[in-house]
Write a protein that binds this ligand. Structure first.
Ligand code: FAD
Length: 419
């Protein structure tokens, strides 16, 4: 996608990098640019009022526990001034002029750039208008939306969550722990269908039920009434509060408006270069090729890795080593950690630990470990992550899934196989 690094002559205070978006990916890109020696003008534009903050706690402890945004901040405000990162917060970028190389903001300001980094994240998918009363549902993506839900929870005893993806299930778990009755309605035939294998879905559905959450699968919402959700083929679910978590889409409208190649995400190469060599995209909005297919990796780890990669690309430095994508989710007393990308034809084996309650699902192709889904088993997760990252490592499925061989031993046997 062309030469897009800042030339040696440009690496002075006359060169400008503008980062649009002020979330995880943006914060990392800004940090890495300065760490890599970029000393030009660096501007970060954010639509929200806040400095970059940590989003995962919003569906976990922060959904039910009040507190200022400060405790979620990825860096203290002094970080930005001491690293000469100019912040324009509370004002979205509305247009890119690629010929003139400037970005227009909602406040009318115009910012010139030599390199532009789009880190605009994703937006929640909304319920269709065909569902009567759809406007009654709340959504969770930002600190402000989290505060609205928390305030409404004070008077809600019966909560319906639409969507059993990981955000829907985390929301259900957080609220159930306060004692409210919670029903989760999922259109697919299992929870977590998009991110996890059926083994993991079963385990999480069972855990939610054991905690008293009602989970309905193959269930379609017909209407949201003031005090109940109507569901096809089921009795109405009483509800004082309805929260929808039905997935997200790339926030790529700015990029599309500027004519960059997009397909639910900005199409980028491994270092985040878009179809315009002066413009990069990172984080949830970026769609690189991962294991041969275009994929948006919506996770903190991907946002951080891509932020580092883009900083290296802009500086003309070698790309950091590819990181195995990984992700986590916390629900009740279960921590799910996933590393790697499952293929449709991979062989899946379940490994239960003899010495602890944890469990891992290993996915393999051609004696290569492609993915691990670990539940309450951080050690296995860490070991497997290393094996997945090593292109020469081969695993023996018989050893790997034999629960009688302690995990550490099984995996060090794998490492020896790989050596
Ligand atoms: P974001 O962090 O979303 O930041 C994008 C920012 O860009 C936003 O502030 C947005 O307002 C701003 N923006 C958008 N358009 C414009 C514009 N035109 N101009 C200016 N600014 C703009 N991941 C995990 O790995 N583990 C988890 O447990 C987990 N839990 C999560 C729980 C919740 C409730 C949510 C919402 C996400 C969770 N994630 C989790 C996903 C993770 O937070 C995202 O993958 C990560 O935040 C992506 O970083 P980003 O910088 O691409 O986008």
């Amino acid at each position: 996608m062309g030469n897009s690094s800042v030339s040696a002559g440009d690496r002075d205070s006359t060169c400008s990098v503008v980062i649009v978006g002020a979330g995880h990916a943006a914060a990392q890109a800004a940090r890495s640019l300065r760490a890599n020696g970029f000393d030009g003008r660096l501007i970060m534009v954010g639509a929200e009022d806040w400095l970059p903050y940590d989003r995962p706690p919003l569906s976990k402890e922060r959904l039910t526990q009040d507190g200022p945004v400060d405790r979620l901040l990825l860096n203290p405000d002094t970080f930005y001034s001491s690293h000469k990162i100019e912040l324009v917060l509370g004002s979205a970028a509305t247009a890119i002029d690629r010929d003139a190389r400037h970005v227009t903001l909602a406040n009318g300001e115009r910012l010139s750039y030599d390199r532009l980094v789009l880190a605009t994240g994703s937006r929640v998918r909304r319920l269709p208008d065909s569902i009567a009363g759809a406007e009654r549902a709340l959504y969770l993506r930002s600190f402000a939306e989290c505060a609205v839900i928390r305030a409404r929870l004070a008077n809600a005893r019966r909560v319906v969550v639409i969507g059993a993806g990981y955000i829907g299930l985390e929301v259900a778990a957080s609220i159930r722990k306060t004692g409210a009755a919670v029903t989760v309605i999922e259109a697919a035939d299992r929870a977590l269908a998009r991110i996890a294998s059926p083994h993991i879905s079963q385990l999480f559905e069972a855990a939610h039920r054991a905690w008293g959450v009602t989970i309905l699968t193959n269930a379609k919402v017909k209407a949201i009434e003031p005090d109940a959700v109507l569901i096809e083929g089921h009795p109405p679910a009483p509800a004082d509060l309805v929260i929808a978590g039905i997935g997200g889409a790339a926030e790529d409208s700015l990029a599309r408006g500027a004519g960059l190649l997009c397909d639910d995400g900005v199409l980028v190469d491994q270092q985040g270069r878009s179809s315009d060599p002066a413009i990069f995209a990172i984080g949830d909005v970026a769609k690189p090729v991962v294991n041969g297919a275009r994929l948006r990796l919506e996770s903190v780890s991907a946002a951080v890795a891509q932020g580092k990669a883009v900083a290296a690309a802009i500086m003309g430095q070698p790309a950091p080593a590819d990181e195995t994508p990984w992700f986590w989710s916390d629900q009740f007393d279960l921590k799910l950690q996933i590393a790697g990308v499952r293929g449709a034809d991979d062989v899946a084996v379940v490994r239960r630990r003899e010495d602890a309650p944890g469990l891992a699902v290993l996915h393999c192709r051609d004696n290569r470990l492609t993915c691990i889904e670990a539940v309450n088993d951080p050690r296995s997760f860490m070991m497997a992550r290393r094996i997945i990252a090593d292109p020469d490592a081969r695993i023996d499925l018989d050893i790997a899934c034999n629960g009688e061989i302690p995990f550490a031993e099984a995996f060090s046997a794998q490492a020896r196989t790989a050596a």
